[in-house]
Design a protein around this ligand. Structure first.
Ligand SMILES: Nc1ncnc2c1ncn2[C@@H]1O[C@H](COP(=O)(O)OP(=O)(O)OP(=O)(O)O)[C@@H](O)[C@H]1O
Length: 592
């Protein structure tokens, strides 16, 4: 079996387990589903909640320099004009001339002309038609009449497996296999694709009574802009000082052209974003004489006052990597893509994508960008409201500079502007005006933005946890069991509580009392049906890291030394421990 096939198979198994065990269901499934939307079932909801809480805790409660925000999904449409989303938040796509279905233009390999990513139903007939037309082109035959006929057949629904167009049958199968599948044909229908056109990904709605263009609003395509839009309010209402961050978790919506790979690319998803506001490097230079230089051996453990954007950016890449390690995603399953100058937006100084090795390929989990002061400056310009921070430390330091020192800083910046390879250089009067504000202690903060997707993280965690083991019973019968090896801190259920038998009232009563005591602190599941082995297996599939069994020994039937002790089974090693009920909660908490 090829690697690809194996990976597809493991993805299929994961999707089926997610449905069977209640992690993830297709949205609106009873009506045939709706593309790009997914619901989380009982186990999935717990898993997602644990991931969300882990992120929130590391961002806010574990630190002193980040505060939270919970903003609305629909905001003033001018926000999206200022951020550039209205004009440019678009994918290039190509439309099927027959069905109007779209594929992303960048999902087509320009070299081979093959569609490299396609999530729709790849109808064998559609591919066959596309290949057939290719053969005809190769053979120099006139294809228009053939194409017309094929379109008619498809339109009449005769192009499916039940009634293949006879032309296809006339072609030599071996010839077909030598032909690359062309981009110019939609894989579902086999019809030609139109030229690449931009397609805005924002979902439109109306707010107001007229429901006309005047009332158009958008479902936010990212959570970040709300943070920028509320920057001033947070600054004025909390005791924060630059450097500090504002974080938010919430829904985002994108009308993705081709939602695919299960929840990986959805149309409704949740983001976890931080905007970490820092001083411009020039301010650091004025206050501290120099900006701390970045090197591979730089100590990133504790932020330092003389850090410029580069150290802060590296620091956040390091912090986010540590976060992933804390929930079981080590560097062996992650990768990093440092965007090149060509990839970067004109205002961005650096951006690294943290990638995860999904079964369908190594893909983006999170992006960490150094965005300069672009976003706040845009909102300052479009709203007419100042988005500056007043830095008294900077003002005091600048007051000590001589005119020559100030001019040297200005000249350095002018030289940097002149050597810009992207975007328009800031004209000299604007640079001088900016420094004038800076020397008085005022600046629009720069920002480092770690932006992660909660659904992609849940998918990463699910695909990493998925394991199959072969188990042979006493009678020599072998079966394949699934074990979801979640890190205990994010597992949906932490403890399964099992009375060994259900027909002994003392055991059942003890088990219920253990369950009632634990469930105040941990998400527990009580199960008394089927054999103990079956019950363990059920919890292995749910990813429950610990199973607690109350048995005859718990009642002291084998001797007083085991009275009020239980067996704790570990999911991953199947190791069993005898633990007194009195110590059970601290024993479990220490391991979760
Ligand atoms: N359609 C989506 N479905 C699920 N998660 C998404 C989707 N789009 C973005 N995300 C998540 O939000 C994060 C930040 O969004 P960002 O705009 O940087 O993504 P992006 O670079 O557009 O992603 P991609 O290149 O995969 O489309 C991504 O790293 C990802 O985890």
């Amino acid at each position: 079996m090829s690697a690809d096939k194996k990976d597809t198979a493991s993805m299929e198994k994961l999707v089926s387990l997610c449905k069977r065990r209640g992690f993830i269901y297709q949205s609106s499934e009873i009506y045939g589903g709706i593309g790009g939307f997914w619901d989380y079932g009982p186990l999935g909801a717990e898993l997602k909640r644990n991931l969300r809480e882990a992120w929130w805790r590391t961002m806010t409660r574990d630190r002193e320099d980040v505060v939270g925000l919970d903003a609305t999904i629909i905001m003033h449409p001018k926000i999206w004009e200022a951020s550039g989303h209205t004009a440019t938040f678009a994918d290039l796509m190509r439309e099927c001339t027959l069905t109007n279905k779209r594929v992303r233009a960048d999902h087509v390999d320009p070299q081979s002309g093959t569609i490299i990513q396609f999530s729709g139903a790849q109808s064998p007939t559609g591919w066959k038609i596309a290949r057939t037309i290719q053969v005809l082109i190769k053979n120099g035959e006139h294809i228009e009449s053939f194409r017309k006929r094929v379109r008619q057949l498809i339109a009449q629904n005769a192009g499916d497996a039940a009634g293949k167009p006879e032309e296809i049958e006339l072609l030599d199968e071996t010839k077909l296999d030598t032909v690359e599948i062309s981009v110019d044909f939609h894989p579902e229908s086999g019809a030609a694709l139109g030229p690449a056109r931009p397609f805005n990904l924002m979902l439109k709605t109306y707010v107001g009574p007229t429901a006309t263009e005047a009332d158009v609003a958008y479902l936010r395509p990212e959570t970040a802009q709300a943070i920028f839009a509320q920057f001033k309010n947070v600054l004025d209402s909390s005791r924060v000082k630059v450097p500090f961050g504002i974080c938010q978790i919430g829904k985002a919506f994108r009308n993705e052209v081709t939602p695919k790979n299960f929840t990986f690319r959805s149309r409704e998803f949740e983001q976890m974003e931080l905007e970490f506001f820092i001083k411009p490097d020039e301010a650091i230079e004025i206050i501290h004489g120099a900006v701390a230089p970045w090197s591979e051996s730089a100590d990133l453990s504790e932020p330092q006052p003389n850090w410029g954007w580069e150290m802060w950016h590296r620091y956040w890449v390091d912090q986010r990597t540590k976060f992933y390690a804390s929930i079981g995603l080590g560097t062996d399953v992650l990768d990093y893509y440092w965007q090149t100058n060509d990839d970067l937006a004109h205002y961005a100084r650096a951006c690294v994508d943290i990638l995860f090795k999904f079964p369908f390929g190594t893909e983006e989990l999170e992006g960490i960008a150094a965005r300069g002061d672009f976003d706040l400056s845009q909102h300052q310009k479009h709203s007419g409201r100042p988005q500056e921070f007043f830095d008294d430390e900077l003002k005091a330091a600048a007051a000590k500079l001589s005119d020559d020192q100030k001019e040297a800083l200005i000249q350095k910046r002018l030289a940097a502007e002149a050597s810009k390879t992207k975007g328009e250089p800031l004209p000299e009067p604007a640079v001088r005006a900016w420094f004038e504000r800076l020397f008085k202690g005022n600046y629009v903060p720069h920002v480092i933005e770690p932006s992660a997707g909660l659904d992609r993280l849940a998918l990463a965690v699910l695909s990493l946890a998925y394991n199959e083991v072969e188990k042979t019973d006493d009678k020599g019968k072998t079966e394949t069991l699934t074990i979801m090896r979640f890190h205990p801190s994010i597992a949906p259920i932490k403890v399964g509580v099992f009375p060994l038998v259900k027909n002994k009232p003392e055991i059942v009563a003890k088990a219920r009392s253990v369950y009632n005591a634990l469930k105040k602190h941990l998400n527990c599941f009580y199960d008394e049906t089927a054999s103990i082995g079956r019950r363990y297996a059920r919890q292995d599939e749910a990813g429950t890291p610990f199973g607690v069994t109350i048995d005859f020994d718990t009642l002291g039937e084998k001797g007083p030394e085991l009275l009020d002790t239980v067996t704790v089974r570990e999911r991953d090693s199947a190791a069993q421990h005898r633990v007194p009920i009195a110590d059970l909660l601290p024993w479990l908490l220490a391991r979760i």
